[in-house]
Structure formats: C-alpha cells, structure tokens
Design a protein around this ligand. Structure first.
Ligand code: FAD
Length: 341
C-alpha cells in the first residue's frame, strides 16, 4: 500500500478534499501542562491544511483543553474533543487506541497526527492494526497531503512515502517541526467524546511510575545539549565535568549508549538510534567518537561542537567546531571561561 518515489524538487502542501479533517492527539502532563512534542505535532497538523480536531484524554482533559485554547495560536483548530474518563489517565495505549479508532471511523477524518514520542510510538501501531491501516512513522517533512518524508536506516537514508490509503495515520518527529506559535484560539469548540468502545482488548492496569526528577531542561526541548561519551570513564567524572558545564549553559545533559551501559548516567539520557532524537541549537559532544547510531540522534542539531583527543574521530566530520584535546583539561577550562564571560 505504500509506494516510494523520488523527492520532488518543489515541496508544496495541497488542499485535500472538501470534507477532509485532521485529528490531532494532544497529550498533557499530570500537572495539566501540554506536552511540548504535541505542540510540534500540532504544527504538522496545521501544515496539512485541513480543519483540525484536537483530541485530549484523561481526567484533566477539559481543563487542559482550555489551557490549549488559551495558549496556542492555531488557525485551523476547529474543535477539541475531550473525554475526562480516568481510564485514559497515563495514556495506556491498550485503552487509548480503541477510542481513537472509534473516532477515526468517521469518514470526516483523512489524517491522524501524533508526536513520535513514547506514547505516540506505543499507540500508533495498535491504531493501525485496529483500522487495518499502515501508519507512517516519524515524519520529518510534509510534501503534500499524502506524501511525507521520513528517515530510514537510522537516518542514513531519507524515504519519501506516498500513501494511497484513505486515512493517513502519522507520527511526527518533534525536532523536525517548530512548536505551534503561542497565542490563543478561543474560537475552538470543546465537545465531549461519547465513549462506546473504551474497553481494552487485553486486561491492563496502571501500577505506577518511577520518574527521574530533574530541574534541567528536558532533552527533547532543550536549546543546548551537553552530551558525554565513554571518555568520561565513570559516573563521578561524568558528573564532575558535565554538570558544571551544563549549569553554566542552562543545558540538558545527554549521553552515548556506551556512557549509559557503563553506568555513568541514567538510560533516559541516551541519545541516538535506540535513544532520544534531539535537534538543539547547540550540541556539545564531549569524548564521543561519533558512531552512526549516535549520529542518528543528534546530527540535525544546528551547531555541533566536538571535543575529542583523536583527530580522526568521526564526530569531527559532522562537527561545525572541533576541539582536539583531553576532556579532563579542556572541559574545566571551557566551563571556567564561560562563567567569566
Ligand atoms: P567510543 O566509541 O568508545 O568513543 C569514545 C571517544 O572518546 C573516542 O573517540 C576517543 O577518542 C575519545 N576519548 C577518549 N578519551 C578521551 C579524552 N581523555 N579526551 C578526549 N577524548 C577522549 N550509541 C549511542 O550513542 N546511541 C544509541 O542510541 C545507540 N544505539 C545503538 C544501537 C545498536 C543496534 C548498536 C549496535 C549500537 C548502538 N549504539 C548507540 C552504540 C554505538 O555503536 C557506539 O558504540 C557508541 O555510540 C559509542 O559511544 P562513545 O562515543 O561514547 O564511545
């Protein structure tokens, strides 16, 4: 059902048929804040050109729908569908997907958009199975209403995918789309979803969560990321060198898989093919070789600075600025200079 074709030279977003609408899945945190990656997904939804119905779920949905209306400027946002059922708290995909499938059965929807974050990645394949539809994952660009660009082979090739299905189920790479502008969209109506098929297909229950609490900017939305590799040697050195540098730059801290596997830091900090994908304004790679699996998670950063004592390290090939030297000397010196600046 999915065909591949060459990237057209001129990108454009076509208007879809008269009755086409997009359903955009918007998540909120337990504190009632809209999840930043959902705001990137909303930008992608707006680019499609259709009227948008946002869907918000969980016991705080009505409150977060009001927060959405008063915090974003989204001309295409017509309606916000809410279900305040606590069954949807924590967005268990086994509960969320059947409800979304129920809504999407309406002919009015031609597109479904969610962020390619943990919840989106968990929900979309189930939704695809329920609707007998092939999802298009992790898009980085919209060419037109049925043509999307997405990285494949860990970002080593770019596929342009033309989808001939009547409904396009899409997840959006957050770092590839700007956040929807701030403002207000008070004209959007809020409507309660009538839940008729919320029963999960398998018995599932939320037991709890154990989150790492951090005052640092979230890796996904940080404008500066300081990232450490195997060269940091142990947890003590990782913290001693990277925390002061990140503090002075107000940066998020990331790591390679080697650093995570060796216990220098928590695995939520891993960047790369099997970790998070980031595209900050500035990415500082400290003692990182630049393996392709790591590059898959950071090579779209606007400016890349690499510190490494091996002039042949592959990271220097993607770096805008390279500093050849020993991190144990260079990093404290750099931190001190930045403090003085
Ligand atoms: P190394 O490759 O060992 O590099 C360390 C670097 O530090 C070297 O370049 C060295 O010159 C430099 N160095 C050493 N001492 C100093 C010093 N004192 N001063 C300055 N520089 C110094 N990796 C990821 O990061 N993310 C992923 O998501 C990921 N997914 C993977 C998925 C699969 C299926 C596989 C097979 C691998 C994956 N990997 C991933 C692992 C990846 O292949 C690399 O092994 C890993 O990225 C290497 O991490 P590193 O750069 O920290 O370590």
């Amino acid at each position: 059902r999915t065909t591949y074709r060459k990237v057209p030279t001129t990108a454009f977003v076509s208007q879809t048929c008269k009755f086409a609408s997009t359903l955009a899945f918007i998540e909120s945190t337990k504190e009632g804040k809209i999840v930043p990656s959902s705001l990137n997904a909303l930008t992608a939804a707006q680019e499609l050109g259709n009227p948008i119905h946002a869907v918000m779920l969980g016991s705080q949905a009505s409150a977060t729908a009001s927060a959405l209306k008063s915090s974003v400027k989204c001309e295409k946002l017509d309606k916000i569908l809410v279900s305040n059922a606590d069954a949807f708290d924590n967005y268990l995909p086994e509960r969320v997907a059947p409800l979304l499938a129920q809504i999407l059965k309406s002919d009015e929807y031609t597109h479904f958009v969610t962020a390619a974050n943990a919840i989106g990645k968990n929900t979309l394949p189930r939704l695809g199975a329920l609707l007998d539809n092939q999802p298009i994952n992790d898009i980085t660009k919209i060419v037109d209403a049925k043509t999307f660009v997405r990285p494949i082979y860990a970002g080593n090739a770019i596929a342009t995918v033309e989808c001939s299905q009547s409904k396009k189920l899409i997840s959006v790479r957050p770092s590839a789309f700007d956040s929807i502008p701030q403002g207000s969209t008070e004209s959007a109506a809020v409507e309660e979803v009538k839940v008729t098929e919320s029963k999960p297909q398998i018995d599932i229950k939320w037991e709890g969560e154990n989150l790492i609490k951090s005052e640092r900017p979230d890796l996904g939305s940080a404008s500066i990321v300081v990232s450490g590799g195997r060269a940091l040697k142990d947890k003590e050195t990782f913290d001693k060198l990277l925390i002061p540098l990140a503090d002075v730059l107000h940066a998020g801290i990331g790591a390679t898989r080697a650093a995570v596997d060796n216990g220098f830091c928590d695995n939520s900090m891993q960047i790369g093919q099997t970790g998070k994908v980031v595209a900050p304004d500035l990415y500082l790679a400290v003692g990182i070789s630049g393996a392709i699996q790591h590059l898959a998670g950071m090579k779209d950063s606007k400016v890349i600075v690499a510190i490494n004592n091996d002039p042949e390290a592959p990271i220097f090939k993607v770096a805008d600025y390279g500093l050849e030297g020993d991190i144990n000397q260079v990093v404290p010196e750099l931190t001190q200079k930045l403090k003085e600046a």
